[in-house]
Structure formats: structure tokens, C-alpha cells
Design a protein around this ligand. Sequence first.
Ligand code: 2P0
Length: 372
Amino acid sequence: MTKLYIKPIFPMTEKDFLPNPYQEFPDKGGVSWKAPSNIALVKYWGKKPVQIPANPSISFTLDNCATTTSLSFAKKEKSDSISFDLMFEGRPKDDFKPKIQTFLERVERYVPFLKAYHFTIETSNSFPHSSGIASSASGMAALSLCLMDVEKQLDPDLDETLFYQKASYLARLGSGSACRSIKGHLVQWGQHANIPNSSDLYGLEYPFEVHADFKGYCDTILLVHKGQKQVSSTVGHQLMHGHPYAANRFQQAFDHLDQLKPILKNGDLEDFIKLVESEALTLHAMMMTSMPCFMLMKPDTLEIIQKIWQYREETKTPVCFTLDAGANVHLLYPSSEKDKVCAFIEDELAQHCENGQYIHDYVGAGAVKING
Ligand code: 2P0
């Protein structure tokens, strides 16, 4: 009897991201993409080589906080190495180059046109560079989409689903959380037995029902501390190796994704708040119990958290916080509460922000191509 081999559609493996033979090589060209930042509800903290998360995560895609990247390319004589110039907000930025170089070397296997061209990468952020908002997620996502756009010119038959999946795959190799900055609203990353098609290799648009309230959810980013972090996320991830609480933490993230399913479906804000705040403080608890230990929260971070708890208790407004790997506080609330919460921010929270600064953002639809 002949056995029929049916290629599984999912899950995708690394090999599925190797390109088809390229059909044509234009001499030069240019592409531009704008990719948003994201804020995790269930956090990625801990990884295995190469950029494989120790636990699954899920994030809201943001809208206002974004990176726009233009990639121009010109064929070169000798195609034996990767070469590029980097401009950040209109000026050459050599200190960003090593990270981009590492990224391009890592992805070269999947986008083997890289050595055929000299690239000029021009990138800018919608948020102030020194705001403490991580630009690596939006930056790597925007650059990966530009690379995929070039690949689409070399392989016009490239399927749209694969285009975005591969963009997320490439972005992950630049910065883990970047793989969640391609698509919109809610993006899940990391294999989970109860989430069909979930993968460690790329982010997935959350496949379950989501209550309408979460689509326009607001995130006001309170800029508590705009300076350089004392400990980078890369080091923080490493410190999860041999961490005394790592196994329990990873299990908790799996469990939280299960628990989120009915919460997101029903719009159950009370349980949403409990889970999201627990995730934020667990992330920082992992930092505080690493060896060596470190702390990224500042006194004003704690003042803000106390005020949020008090305000919620007194007014019953469903507002909560989450934290990234830094001192800034992300204030999350339904758009229907916007007026009330904005007054609360101005009256009570802005005084804890550096120079009184904060950024209003909300859940967005994902990256977009910029037509030049
Ligand atoms: C997250 N963070 O899920 C978690 C929560 C920060 C706190 O992913 O080393 O910049 O580039 O893979 O993605 C920040 O880490 O780390 C992060 P790399 P990344 O958003």
C-alpha cells in the first residue's frame, strides 16, 4: 500500500522559512514599514538558544508607539559579506550597528539576498528615544518587514500568510518580543498545548474569541524613569538559568494563558486585572530574586501602583497596571473610562513621572507598509 505524505500546514518548522529560489534581482530599490511596540500581559522572561522562549506569552499590540524604518538597497560588485549604513532619526548611528549586524548574520540563511546588496537603513521612533520604552521590539519588527518586502520582490509568488509569519520569525531572531509586533490587537507567542498552532518560532494572532472591550483598550505609559536601565533584558533573561523559582514561574505563565481564555472571551475585568497585575509583579519578583539580584522599579513606580490600587478601591474604576522591564508603568483601562482616568492621571499620577511626561496609547491593528 502506498503511503500518502500530506505536508502538515502547522506547526511551521525552521525549514519552512527557507526561501524559494529567487526569480529576479532588481538592481536597486527601497521599502518602508511602520511597526508598533507591544505590551505583554503574560510576560516572556527566560529563553533557550536561539531565541526560544522558556514560556509562552501574550501581548497587546500598541498603536502610537512605533518605529518607522526605510530600507534602500543597491546591488554591489562583491557579494561576500553583509554591508549596511544605519541612520537613526536622520543621523548616522554607529552604536546600534553591532546589534543589527548580529541580527542580519542570524537571518542571512533565511533571506540569502542579503550579501547581494548594500543596504541603507533609516529608522525613527514616534516616542522619545530616551523614554525608556523599548524600541527593540518595534525596531526589529519594522526591519524584518522591510526584509520580507524585499524578498517579495525577488519571489512575487510569496504567500501573504507566510510573509507575515516569516516576518515574525525573523523579528524573533532579532529580539524575542519583536515577534509580537507584526500583527494586531492580541498576539500570542510560544508553544502551548491548549492553543492550536501556537509556536516558539513566531507570534500568532490570538485565535480565540476576544470581547469587544479589549479591542480599543487604552494603555497610558507613565514615564517614571527615562534613563538607561541598570540591567538589560538580555542579562535578565540569562539570570533565569538556574533561578530558584524558574520552573514554577514558567508553569505559572502556561496556566495564566489558560486562565486568560475565558477572561478575554467574557470581558471579565476583575479577573483580568488580578492576572495582569500578578504577571507584572512576578516579572519584577524574578528580577529581585535572581542571583545577582536587581531591581528596576523606582520609588515613583511604587507610589503610582499604590495610588492605582487606592483609586480602584474608592471609585470601582477597572483600571490596572502592568510593567515592562523598567520603571515605567503601563496604565491599562477600557476606552469607556478614558475621561475619568485621564483626570486621575493629571491630578494624581503625572507628578510621579519624569518632567510630568506620559504617552497615551491604545490597542492597535499591527504593522503597516508605508508607500514612499
Ligand atoms: C515581554 N520583556 O514579554 C518581556 C516582559 C520585558 C518584560 O521581552 O533578549 O527585548 O531581545 O529576546 O524581547 C524584553 O526582552 O529580549 C521582554 P531579547 P526582549 O515583553
